[in-house]
Design a protein around this ligand. Sequence first.
Ligand code: SF4
Ligand code: FES
Length: 252
Amino acid sequence: MGNMKLTLKVWRQNGPNDKGRIVDYPVNDVSEDMSFLEMLDVLNDDLVRKGEDPIAFDHDCREGICGMCSLFINGEAHGPGRGITTCQLHMRKFKDGDTIYVEPWRSTAFPVIKDLATNRSAFDRIQAAGGFVSVNTSGNLVDGNAVPIPKDDADKAFDAATCIGCGACVATCPNGSAMLFTAAKVSQLSLLPQGKPEAKRRALAMVEQMDKEGFGNCSNTGACEVECPKGISLEHIARLNREYLAAVVTQE
Ligand code: SF4
Ligand code: FES
């Protein structure tokens, strides 16, 4: 059973055009074994029972895979702890009597839908601009293992592919830059032979879309890498910059 009493200060906002405000909620009987989202479920059950509007927040897999959960907790994307998403954060990271601030991702490109839920479709549009390959990946194919790929490249591509599109990098960056996300999506393809045919077009199109969406510029603060739950390395941003520069100077 729970034994912690907490005070939550939660951002409530009725819609994209509402000004929004912080509202205080006492939460009792919180077990240290609960995840942060389970603790919010308990609070929401209580609000529903009292006839009040439950707090809107995003979640799906609740096991660090989908990238949907996205909370700024006490000023940190995904809260205290490294290499975890909000759904993997447990209440044992907090102590009895704590006051916890819970806010949505703050970025012009991620407008608030309601309360803690933001619209991150800008990421989908960046991905759609170039995050794909046109080589035939179904039907009569050569076995994947028949294509020689240096182990180092395969490992780096795999690391880049672990990006779950959560947006913590954007929320953490003082400029609201989406460079770490875009770099991961470009890297996972450009490092592999299957991604080479469209490499130039991909880098140009994805960076162009990123700029159109209103994300800020990267100034190499490195904050994104620190808060990324999947440990996506800044090395991928350097690769994206090289890919983009090469595409620009050889553009016809
Ligand atoms: S780079 Fe990291 S922080 Fe950014 S969207 Fe991908 S997983 Fe999330
Ligand atoms: S709910 Fe899927 S990563 Fe947290």
